[in-house]
Design a protein around this ligand. Structure first.
Ligand code: FAD
Ligand code: NAG
Ligand code: NAG
Ligand code: NAG
Length: 664
């Protein structure tokens, strides 16, 4: 019994330890098992140096709950695997399609392309498969600090991210089979109809709301207390879209306060009107539904779909004379391999790695590539446009209660763990505390269309302090790389207490960033330039949102809990009087957090768009047999988190490709 517990424990420890390649994993399991000397004891559990308390909780449960059920069950409990089908030990040397990146878009694309059993598809990803802990919605913030995340940092920009470690914002991305959908917050948003109609009006034929809605409907298996019966919803798709089974009283409070200020409670994904609504999530029975879970798991046995985890593409092979992509160079088990594509190479490596790989392969801005010593095959504005969705977690209201808000460390008991394993309907099912979404159009918005919001409010049943205090994981602040000293000083006395906040997210930033190569080494991170707040309107919009949230809190629903703006005066803003507009600008520049929706680095566009990398059929301009299918193609800002758009793009991309090659 003890050994069994230890085996599970050690495997978790190994999985969560960085740099574990296959062989190391196998070796250390054997060795640890026999010597009973765990990685955790050696302090190696995580590179970030902290263990989520829920993991400890699970360790205890593993013993009592899974102990007696036989070894088969234990391995279900652990990590997914993707063996090559049909007993193959090596992948083929040639496929019809090679997809680089098994993220939100890549998984959807691979599933649809391999539906026709005559079409061979290779899908590769640097990351590992998911495991039990990644299924726990409440633990999502934690995975930003594990090796399920790329450790990307935005370049230092003076005057923003001042409260972050080394004054640099962290830009995690999922590194997993399932991509960022394995570590994200599972919020399901599609974007306003006008967002897509504007993209189409720019000349991106096939991308209007009427065009894309078809794929959202195809994607969804919605179960939303009857809302799913509306014509714009889908119930027979792949991806569960549901409400969160666990709520605090603050959800009702937020919706009621919204109604009082003229924001109706709606299905916020419905096309008609702006409003507030309970968050819709890609969770079912309390478990995360990643793109891998719905698009790859059920189809693991397809002979024509080969999935290679822990495999890194280093270059797309392009014939410089014919300008035709013909294969991919990749590294697996520390060996360099090449694989050929009969039809196409498709980049689905996400908004950071897709543009990086294009540039490494000779497709990008001519001068920049020359500068890095890369021979240019096609001069294109790769990485020249980058939009992001930044947000502000620092507007926190203290409550006079002790039992209303979400408090992480209260939920972490043995019986709660067992309850989640059985029914998935408790605090563990909460997507990092998010309870509702509200779309607002502030008075400073200059958008002529009344249905296009400028701010999204992310209603939390607590705040970014809810996982702090004694015994809390502090995973949220650590995931954002906020300086802990800064938080302790400003918010120490309410850390881990009952609080409320709505995090405003700027939907349509005017500031535009970009992405460049650092060097020609495929293992280097590229340079990510955020350019946050370089257009002052972005600050004004946030300040208007902050004032709006303060008005919400003045309403009776919030006042029954004595909600009061907490004076967490930040040390970086001492020269400003608290709660003045100047103070909030400084605070925004201190706690400049991102919601990780970087887009447009491989922007699609019509002929006359000088910043376009792709045509609207997602083909790389001037190169044959090469497309990009992921969120980097989105040409302009949308009012949405980007997981659902990513999957939609994967499904639509598959149709475009099948049509092109006349595949049924
Ligand atoms: C912490 C966090 C929270 C988020 N929360 C939400 C949310 O609640 N709701 C929402 O809608 N969106 C959310 N997002 C954003 C959303 O999840 C992503 O925008 C979306 O998943 C991106 O999809 P993608 O297909 O473009 O790329 P990804 O899903 O990022 O997939 C790219 C894949 O390519 C792989 N890859 C990269 N380089 C290589 C290479 N050289 N070789 C092989 N493989 C490679 C990566 O490992 C990765 O698996 C969140 C993002 C983060 C980081
Ligand atoms: C697969 O190819 C065979 C032989 O060319 C053909 O007879 C069959 O109809 C194809 N199947 C599909 C699903 O396209
Ligand atoms: C580009 O062309 C499209 C038609 O393809 C047109 O609708 C759009 O207005 C043009 N944009 C510019 C900037 O000329
Ligand atoms: C909190 O404050 C409100 C408003 O002042 C008051 O009605 C309520 O009784 C207080 N609750 C507690 C637990 O003190």
């Amino acid at each position: 019994m003890f050994k069994l517990y230890f085996l599970i424990f050690t495997i978790f420890a190994t999985i969560l330890t960085t740099n574990g390649d296959d062989e190391a994993l196998v070796e250390s399991i054997g060795e640890e098992f026999s010597t009973e000397n765990s990685n955790a004891r050696n302090g190696k559990l995580l590179w970030s140096g902290f263990t989520h308390p829920a993991i400890n909780m699970f360790m205890n449960v593993a013993e009592t709950f899974y102990g007696g059920q036989g070894s088969g069950k234990i391995f279900d409990f652990l990590r997914d695997s993707y063996e090559l089908p049909g007993g193959l030990s090596e992948p083929y040397s040639e496929y019809d399609f090679i997809i680089i990146g098994a993220g939100s878009a890549g998984c959807a694309l691979a599933e649809r392309l391999s539906k026709n059993r005559n079409t061979t598809v290779l899908l590769m990803d640097v990351g590992k498969p998911e495991m039990l802990f990644t299924d726990i919605p409440a633990m999502s913030p934690y995975f930003q600090s594990t090796d399920y995340s790329w450790d990307y940092y935005m370049e230092h920009q003076p005057g923003v991210c001042k409260g972050m470690t080394n004054e640099r914002c962290y830009w995690p991305r999922g590194k997993a089979v399932g991509g960022t959908s394995v570590i994200n917050y599972m919020i399901y948003t599609r974007g306003r109809p006008k967002d897509w109609d504007r993209i189409a009006a720019d000349g991106n034929y096939g991308w209007s709301y009427d065009d894309v809605i078809k794929y959202y409907v195809q994607l969804e298996k919605a179960y939303l207390d009857g809302l799913e019966k509306q014509p714009h919803r889908g119930t027979e798709g792949d991806m569960p879209v549901e409400f969160v089974p666990f709520k605090t009283k603050l959800l009702k409070t937020f919706l009621e306060a919204g109604t009082l200020l003229g924001h109706p409670t709606v299905d916020y994904n419905a096309p008609e009107e702006l409003g507030f609504g309970p968050v819709q999530v890609t969770i079912t029975r309390g478990h995360r539904q990643s793109a891998a879970k719905v698009f790859l798991h059920p189809h693991k046995n397809r002979r024509n779909l080969h999935i290679l985890p822990e495999t890194r593409a280093t270059k797309i092979l392009i014939d410089p004379d014919t300008k035709t992509a013909y294969g991919v160079e990749y590294v697996r088990n520390k060996m360099i391999h090449t694989v050929h594509a009969r039809k196409e190479v498709i980049l689905s490596a996400g908004p950071i790695a897709s543009p990086q790989l294009l540039m490494l392969s000779g497709v990008g801005p001519k001068d920049h590539l020359n500068d890095k010593g890369i021979s240019v095959i096609q001069d294109l504005p790769v990485g020249r446009v980058l939009y992001d969705h930044i947000c502000f977690p620092g507007l926190v209201f203290a409550l006079n209660t002790t039992d209303v808000a979400f408090i992480e460390n209260k939920g972490l008991t043995l019986s709660e763990v067992l309850e989640w394993l059985r029914n998935g309907d408790n605090i563990f099912a909460s997507p990092g505390g998010v309870e509702a979404i509200g779309y607002i159009k502030t008075h400073v918005s200059d958008d002529p269309d009344p249905t296009v919001p400028d701010i999204e409010l992310i209603d939390i049943g607590g705040s970014f302090l809810s996982d702090g205090g004694l015994g809390g994981s502090k995973a949220i602040r650590r995931g954002m790389r906020i300086s802990e000293a800064l938080i302790d000083e400003a918010f120490g006395s309410i850390d881990g207490k009952d609080t409320w906040s709505a995090i405003p997210m700027l939907l349509h930033p005017k500031s535009v960033g970009r992405l460049e190569l650092k060097d020609s080494n495929p293992f280097s991170n590229p340079k990510m330039i955020g350019n946050y707040f370089t257009v002052h309107k972005d600050v004004e919009t946030f300040v208007a949102a902050i004032r709006h949230i303060q008005r919400l809190v003045q309403t009776p629903p919030f006042q029954q809990f004595g909600a009061k703006l907490y004076n967490g005066h930040l040390r970086t803003c001492r020269e400003f009087e608290f709660d003045t507009d100047e103070y909030w600008e400084c605070a925004l520049r201190t706690l400049t957090a991102t919601l990780h929706h970087q887009i447009a680095t491989c922007r699609m566009g019509p002929e006359n768009d000088s910043l376009a990398v792709l045509n609207p059929e997602l083909q790389v301009r001037g190169i044959k047999n090469l497309r990009v299918v992921d969120t980097s193609i989105i040409p302009r800002t949308i009012s949405a988190h980007t997981n659902a758009p990513g999957m939609m793009i994967g499904l639509k991309g598959a149709d475009i490709i099948k049509h092109f090659w006349n595949i049924s």
